[in-house]
Design a protein around this ligand. Structure first.
Ligand SMILES: *Cc1c(COP(=O)(O)O)cnc(C)c1O
Length: 478
C-alpha cells in the first residue's frame, strides 16, 4: 500500500517506463502475437491476500502484459482507424486520474463542466459548425449516436416513448456502409432493427439520396413514421462521404431528425478545404466526431454537437432528490446530456492538446498525414499487379492484388488474405481489410501522431516485397 507522501519515489520508475515505451515503441511488434488464453493462464487464479511490491508488479507488466498489447501508438499501425494520442494528452490523463473527479453535474466540479463547455465551443467554431449548436463530451461515437436516436425517437413521438414505450412504426435510415453502432443503437433504443432501412450506395459507396427519397415515400404510404436519417462523413470501410446537402433537403421536407456520424473524418473539418463535407449543416440536428481517433487525444473522447440542446435534456433528464442543487438551470449539468450519470473529466486533455499544439499545429499534422498518404498512393500505383479499387480520401487508401485477367473473387480473396498476412508477418506493420463489392481489400490509414516519411517508406518497401512474394507463389501454383 503506497502513501501519497512517497508519490515521487513510486512514480519515477513509472515515468521512466512511459518514456521508454513512447520512444522505443518500434522495438515491439505492432500487433500482439499471443494465442487466445495465453495471458489469462499466466495470471494467478486467486487475488493476492497480502501486499506485493511495486517492483514486482512493474516486472510483471513487462513480462506478462506487454507481450499481449497491440501497440496503437506504433508508427507502423495502419489498421482500423487510429486511436492516436500525444504527449500532451498522456500528461493530462495523468492529472485527470490524480484529480479523480466524478463530473456528473456542475456542482461536482464546476471547472470540469465549464471547461467542457468551452472546449466543445472551441472545436465547433474551428470546424465551421454553426454557433447555434451546443456540445457535450461523450465516451464514444456509439454512445452519442444512441443518444441522437433516442432524442429523435422522443421528438417523433411527442416525448411519449420514454413514458409509454416505443411504437413499432418508427423508421431509421442509413446507408449499407454505415457503422455497426447505428444498427446496435436502433436495437437498444427499442425502435427495432427491422425498422432500420439501409439505403444502397453509389460507386464511391456514398448513400444514394434518390433511393433515400424513395424509401421515405414508400414508408409514408404504408403509414410508417420516418424518425431519423443517419448520414456518415467518412465510412468505416472506405471513408465514403454521404451527400449531406441532398440528404438534409429530404429531412427538412419531411421533418426528419438528421444525425451525422463523422466519428473519424470529422477532424478534417478543422481544415477549411474539407468544409464542403458539411454543406447542409444548417439542417442537421446532431453531429458526432471523435477527437480520440485522429486528433491526438487519448481514448476516450467523443464530441457530440446538438442544435436544440433542450430537446436532448428533456429526453435524458432525471432528478432524484440527492441531485437537486441550487445552481440547477443556471449551469450545464451534463449528466442530463447522455446515458450514464457518472462522467470522467475528459475536457482537460482536449485543453492540453489544443493549447499546446494550437489549432494551426493540429492542422499542420493533419495535412502532413494527408501528404504522406498521397505519397503512399502515388508510389503504390506503379506496382505491377496491384489495384486501388476506390479513390483514396484524406489519409485513407485501399488496395488489393489483382494479377492480369483474374476477376473472380473466389480466386482473388484467398490471395489477398495471404497478402495481408504476409504484410503483417514482420511485426513492423499492422494493416486490416474490408470487403468492397465482395472483394477482399486491404486498408491503409496513416494517422498515428508521430508517423513520418521514413515510416511510410518502410511500409511501402514491406508491402512491395510482400506483393512480389505472394505473386511469385501464385504464379508457380497457377
Ligand atoms: C469509429 C467509428 C464509430 C465508432 O466509434 P466509437 O467511438 O468506438 O463508438 C462509429 N462510426 C464511424 C464512422 C466510425 O469511424
Amino acid at each position: 500500500m503506497l502513501d501519497p507522501k512517497d508519490f515521487k519515489k513510486h512514480s519515477d520508475p513509472v515515468v521512466a517506463w512511459i518514456d521508454h515505451y513512447l520512444n522505443d515503441i518500434t522495438k515491439f511488434p505492432v500487433k500482439a502475437r499471443v494465442a487466445p488464453g495465453e495471458i489469462y493462464k499466466t495470471i494467478p487464479q486467486e487475488a493476492p491476500l497480502f501486499p506485493e511490491a511495486m517492483e514486482k508488479i512493474m516486472e510483471d507488466l513487462d513480462n506478462t502484459i506487454l507481450p499481449g498489447i497491440t501497440h496503437w501508438q506504433h508508427p507502423g499501425f495502419h489498421a482500423y482507424f487510429p486511436a492516436n494520442s500525444s504527449v500532451e494528452s498522456v500528461l493530462a490523463e495523468c492529472i485527470t486520474s490524480a484529480i479523480g473527479a466524478q463530473c456528473m453535474i456542475w456542482d461536482t466540479s464546476p471547472a470540469a463542466a465549464e471547461l467542457e463547455q468551452r472546449m466543445v465551443e472551441w472545436l465547433r467554431d474551428a470546424m465551421g459548425i454553426p454557433s447555434d449548436f451546443e456540445g457535450v463530451i461523450q465516451d464514444s461515437a456509439s454512445s452519442a449516436s444512441l443518444v441522437a436516436l433516442i432524442t429523435a425517437r422522443e421528438v417523433a413521438t411527442g416525448f411519449r416513448s420514454n413514458e409509454e414505450g416505443v411504437p413499432n412504426n418508427l423508421r431509421i435510415y442509413c446507408s449499407t456502409e454505415t457503422h455497426s453502432s447505428i444498427e446496435k443503437a436502433v436495437g437498444v433504443c427499442g425502435i427495432g432493427k427491422r425498422n432500420l432501412v439501409k439505403v444502397e450506395t453509389d460507386t464511391r459507396m456514398q448513400m444514394d439520396p434518390s433511393l433515400l427519397g424513395k424509401a421515405i415515400k414508400q414508408d409514408l404510404e404504408r403509414g410508417m413514421k420516418p424518425c431519423a436519417v443517419v448520414a456518415t462523413l467518412g465510412t468505416t470501410g472506405t471513408l465514403a462521404v454521404d451527400p449531406l446537402k441532398e440528404i438534409a433537403a429530404l429531412c427538412k421536407k419531411h421533418g426528419i431528425w438528421l444525425h451525422v456520424d463523422a466519428a473519424y473524418a470529422g477532424t478534417a473539418l478543422l481544415l477549411s478545404e474539407y468544409r464542403w463535407m458539411i454543406e447542409g449543416i444548417e439542417e442537421v440536428d446532431s453531429f458526432v466526431f471523435n477527437p480520440h481517433k485522429w486528433m491526438f487525444t487519448n481514448f476516450d473522447c467523443s464530441v457530440y454537437f446538438v442544435k436544440d440542446a433542450p430537446l436532448l435534456i428533456k429526453t435524458f433528464e432525471v432528478l432524484p432528490e440527492y441531485l437537486k442543487t441550487k445552481s440547477r438551470g443556471r449551469v450545464n449539468d451534463y449528466r442530463d446530456w447522455s446515458v450514464p450519470l457518472g462522467r470522467r473529466f475528459r475536457a482537460l486533455k482536449l485543453w492540453f492538446v489544443i493549447r499546446s499544439y494550437g489549432l494551426e499545429g493540429i492542422r499542420e499534422k493533419l495535412r502532413e498525414h494527408i501528404r504522406l498518404s498521397n505519397f503512399f498512393v502515388e508510389t503504390l500505383t506503379s506496382v505491377e499487379g496491384l489495384v486501388m479499387p476506390v479513390e483514396p480520401f484524406l489519409n485513407f487508401s485501399c488496395f488489393r492484388l489483382q494479377p492480369d485477367g483474374i476477376t473472380d473473387p473466389v480466386r482473388l480473396n484467398p490471395l489477398n488474405e495471404a497478402f495481408l498476412e504476409e504484410i503483417n508477418r514482420s511485426g513492423e506493420l499492422y494493416l486490416t481489410h474490408t470487403k468492397i463489392d465482395g472483394f477482399y481489400t486491404i486498408r491503409m490509414i496513416i494517422g498515428q501522431t508521430y508517423v513520418g516519411q521514413k515510416h511510410v517508406e518502410l511500409a511501402l518497401e514491406r508491402i512491395k516485397k510482400a506483393a512480389l512474394s505472394i505473386l511469385n507463389k501464385f504464379g508457380q501454383n497457377g
